[in-house]
Design a protein around this ligand. Structure first.
Ligand code: FAD
Length: 569
């Protein structure tokens, strides 16, 4: 691969979702020259601008009786021993200021006529906290104006494929521009804000650019990742439209769940003593799947029925509502029905099909209180960063994290730049680092879309709702076969499907890493369910970190000394 041209900046922000944009704003305010890049056009990709959701819910202490201490306590409780208290505290104490800044930028959060914010008790939370902002288009416009007013340079349709280091520090990155031309950016600091990796699952609420690039890039650069096995799975529609977010609050009305043969699935899986009503009432309290309470059985039933080939034709489980849901005039139900109707879904008249979808990574690059990855010059924020959330994560805390850690990463990156000069790396030096990442050209060209589809299937079967030593082993074995048949260097050399080579490199790195840590955690906790270890085990209380070492992956359990939350039964 020959570098066609070079660019220069102080701070390169890779990824232009909520975290990347906030990092760019903060770095520019800190006096740095900023280059902000994303794989697609601005505001149309990533989880922040996901088209199948009505807007953002964001955590902030804005309701009477709530405090930052309560907020912190709830993060740690939901985290079940896996959240880093120092990072959780930053989230709890800084979200509210970031929330009001968004308002100052013109983003309107929902309020009642008397001025009070509309809010809900967040998923896995205990108190009313935060609010929602509806309308992705309005958010996009407000953020764009902030970037333009600060003269931030924006590179759209640009994919970064390799971080470049000198003397142990990250000093630049290689990208493919909108015309697939390789180029080099010399930067004093890089902020990774590439979002999560949900796209590696067969069913995901992810745009195609969400391939886990930041995790793979950071891992190769020597950073540590944390809590990667804790991935949120949330029901999403498979019919009459695909990839639409489900809204769990309405589950208190006890809809019926049936498989492709029209059989009631819930009764079949619920253990004696747990009623459908009790399970669904609990399930209505949080969007994501968890092992922490009896709602567990609903997601398990949907997943197992689909895995046994008994789903509806769409791949999902059919959900039918009693018309009494129409009588509920609370804003959460009426706005949900309006949203569904606007997308052509008639929950009462026709019902819909749904199945758990990967929606958000709770872990990521293990940052410190300066949003640094531990590798000099490399910062991370948003869904790419980990540590602030634990096993389960409070609803609205991911958007809050994009703002808190985005701002922190941008601010600290700008400070870091002020204290260092730009480092030069020769063409040969860059070539060596590309070689280290992509290897020797060998073998034959791979069918990249087909390989990616197979990985999505493997991860759905082996690393989604139900995990076990056997499934992790089976998945890892298949991934090794797929990896040996893929030579990224050959694809680049021949110019074959180059835009997706980096995606597949990330898919493989992330899938292997996930199945490795899922295998290591021999217990069930939060969204990590092991059929061979169905309960939490005290010796696993803590977070698993993972880094590259000696050509393999080295995992370590770190503990933070907080008591764990309850088990499901
Ligand atoms: C349907 C849905 C609803 C959600 N609702 C909520 C909610 O209400 N509240 C909440 O707190 N959380 C919610 N979440 C989670 C939350 O939206 C995300 O965690 C958050 O938006 C992630 O923001 P981010 O900036 O880290 O990443 P993203 O918004 O995913 O942005 C990633 C960016 O990185 C770019 N990128 C990726 N790889 C590369 C590369 N190699 N080179 C260049 N660019 C790259 C992408 O193009 C994109 O611009 C939801 C998630 C989903 C999917």
């Amino acid at each position: 691969m020959e570098i066609q041209y070079r660019m220069e900046t102080d701070v390169l922000v890779i990824g232009m979702g909520g975290a990347g944009v906030r990092a760019a704003i903060a770095a520019a305010d800190g006096g740095a020259r900023v280059l902000l890049a994303g794989k697609c056009a601005f505001g149309v990709s990533g989880a922040t601008f996901y088209p199948g959701t009505p807007g953002w819910g964001m955590q902030a202490v804005i309701h009477e009786g709530d405090t930052e201490d309560y907020f912190l306590e709830e993060i740690l409780d939901a985290g079940a021993g896996a959240a880093d208290p120092e990072l959780a505290k930053l989230l709890a104490t800084r979200s509210t200021a970031r929330f009001h800044e968004l308002e100052d930028m013109g983003i309107r959060f929902e309020r009642y006529e008397d001025g009070r914010y509309k809010g809900v008790i967040p998923c896995f939370g205990k108190r009313l906290r935060g609010s929602s902002t509806l309308g992705i288009a309005k958010i996009r416009r407000a953020l764009w104006l902030q970037l333009m007013r600060r003269n931030v340079r924006i590179l759209e349709n640009t994919e970064f494929i390799c971080l470049v280091k000198k003397d142990g520090a990250v000093v630049g990155a290689v990208g493919l521009d909108a015309l697939d031309q390789p180029f080099y950016v010399r930067a004093k600091a890089v902020v990774l804000a590439t979002g999560g990796g949900c796209g590696i699952y067969k069913y995901s609420l992810a745009t195609p650019d969400e391939t886990g690039d930041g995790y793979a890039l950071a891992l190769d650069a020597g950073a540590k990742l944390i809590n990667m096995e804790f991935i949120q799975f949330i029901p999403g529609l498979t019919w009459p439209v695909k990839k639409l977010l489900f809204q769990e609050k309405n589950l208190v009305t006890c809809p019926k769940f049936t498989n492709g043969a029209g059989e009631d699935i819930l009764a079949k899986y619920l253990p004696k003593g747990i009623s459908e009503e009790a399970c669904l009432t609990e399930r209505a309290k949080h969007g994501p799947f968890t092992t922490a309470d009896i709602s567990f059985w609903l997601d398990l039933a949907m997943y197992e029925e689909a895995a046994a080939g008994r789903a509806c034709e769409s791949g999902g489980i059919h959900v039918a509502y009693d018309p009494k849901v129409l009588e509920d005039k609370s804003w959460v139900i009426t706005s949900w029905l309006e949203w569904m109707n606007s997308r052509g879904v008639r929950p009462v008249e026709e019902g819909f099909d749904m199945i758990p979808h990967a929606q958000c990574f709770n872990g990521g690059v293990y940052i410190d209180k300066n949003a640094s990855s531990g590798v000099p010059g490399l910062f991370a924020a948003g869904e790419t960063a980990g540590g602030a959330h634990g096993a389960d994560r409070l609803g609205g805390a991911a958007i809050a994290a994009t703002q808190v850690f985005g701002a922190l990463a941008g601010e600290r990156a700008a400070e870091y730049c002020a204290g260092c000069s730009a480092a030069d790396v020769s063409g040969a030096g860059i070539g060596d680092q590309l070689h280290a990442r992509f290897g020797e050209a060998r073998g034959t060209l791979a069918d990249i879309p087909k390989t990616m589809e197979e990985i999505r299937d493997v991860m759905w079967r082996c690393g989604a709702i139900v995990r076990s030593a056997e499934r992790c082993g089976e998945g890892l074995a298949r991934l090794a076969e797929l990896e040996s048949a893929f030579s990224p260097a050959l694809q680049y050399e021949r110019g074959a499907d180059v835009r997706r080579v980096g995606d597949l490199v990330s898919y493989l790195a992330l899938s292997k890493l996930l199945l490795t840590v899922m295998d290591q955690r021999k217990e069930s906790r939060g969204p990590h369910y092991r059929s061979d270890f169905p309960e939490p085990r005290p010796e696993f209380r803590g977070a698993i970190t993972v880094k590259k070492e000696g050509g393999g992956l080295r995992t370590e359990l770190v503990t933070f000394g907080k008591s764990e939350s309850g088990a499901k039964a």
